[in-house]
Design a protein around this ligand. Sequence first.
Ligand code: BGP
Length: 482
Amino acid sequence: MKMEHKKLKSFPKDFLWGSASAAYQIEGAYREDGKGLSVWDQFVRIPGKTFKGTNGDVAVDHYHRYHEDVELMAKAGLKAYRFSIAWTRIFPNGNGEASAAGIKFYSDLIDDLIAHNIEPLVTIYHWDLPQALQDEYQGWESRQIIPDFVNYAKTLFENYGDRVKHWVTLNEQNVFIQHGYLMASHPPAVKDPKRMYAANHIANLANAAATKYFHEHFDGEIGPSFAYSPVYAVNADPENQLAADNAEQFNSYYWMDIYAYGHYPDAIRQWQEEQGIAPEITAEDAALLADPLARPDFMGLNYYQTATVQANPLADGIGLAPENTTGKKGTKQESGIPGLFKSATNDYLQTTDWDWNIDPVGLRIALRRINSRYHLPVLITENGLGAFDTLESSHEIHDDYRIHFLREHVKAIHEAISDGVQVVGYTTWSFTDLLSWLNGYQKRYGFVYVDRDEQDERELARYPKDSFYWYEQVIATNGEDL
Ligand code: BGP
């Protein structure tokens, strides 16, 4: 029986209805105006790493077409737009001399957004680490990245802090670290849990140091964006319930507890020590992580799906499996961590063509769990449906499946707000179609169709989908008319 409200509370008046993107996935122009190469510019060239070898060299050419994109955002009535800054446009080598052209590009974009009454929400780091820092000191594996990251963030605060009031530090640290150092499916393509936890700890320190610096010198709000998939047990068997708790701690609390409290969950620390893979934590590290000024002002939540798990006994336990990156439904494999948990099918949920569970109630649960564990406001920084779309000869796109998906998720947010969770905004993934890191261009998320595919860039023309007009109506009525 669902907890029903007799009457739902209204969305806050200043609710940030918007959409989100990331530099590498939209900009293209990967070598223009002095931009340095990022680890993604290199990684995509390794055969077999991305779907059909796709890359972001051109992406959807937002670098040259940003004004057209901003005009479309204004037409949809967006109140906010979350985008990321390419570190390599600001510092082509990651540190050293800043690039005036790079600083100007984002300054112009921010001005354009503000001129259209769209609030810019800026992600400082969405995975495109300067290759120069990877080469110089192995990127996130060296403590040298901490001052470089803080200096990069500081440069952004100094140049844009007069106009940007919401900052996201690291996008989905759990994703880029686990894919980068455990599954080898993101750069630097390593499979080594010890190196993973060491790099992750350094990323935590960089995040805390930048957050602290911001709080000491600037006004506004800052927080991480975390990819949170609440976990369910497959059934009431206590062994499976324990597996669900393991998964929740291992996949989520391990990161969110650091952000909100500055310490790692004990159960995971113990497990790491047993395995000899615990990161080294100095007294200075502990002090920085526990510093009240290093606390986020909000928890950024990227929500796509829930996970359902069962026990995974150590003896012949199931290990991590690659994801479905083809869009062939039903090709996802069982995946897990021996001794902790493994995936299970949830018979109550439907899935996307990429085998992601569709679970709007899970979003309400995610919001409530964050609220009760961390007592922080939540900014939903991503949520959306990756799907195949069809461009009709009339240039229309009838994406009723996306409208249905988003409508149910907005309803879930509405219910969570009525449960008492403070939700400050909702930036869907994504505004225009864009490059999916590992899934090419065929996995589309946008309100605006971009006419290109894996093989052919065509004209990169933009066409609003049916969901564009639906979202326009949602925003115009502040979430009342769904
Ligand atoms: C998140 C990332 C986004 C985006 C989204 C959709 O993890 O922050 O950058 O890509 O997921 O994922 P995908 O492109 O794999 O479908």
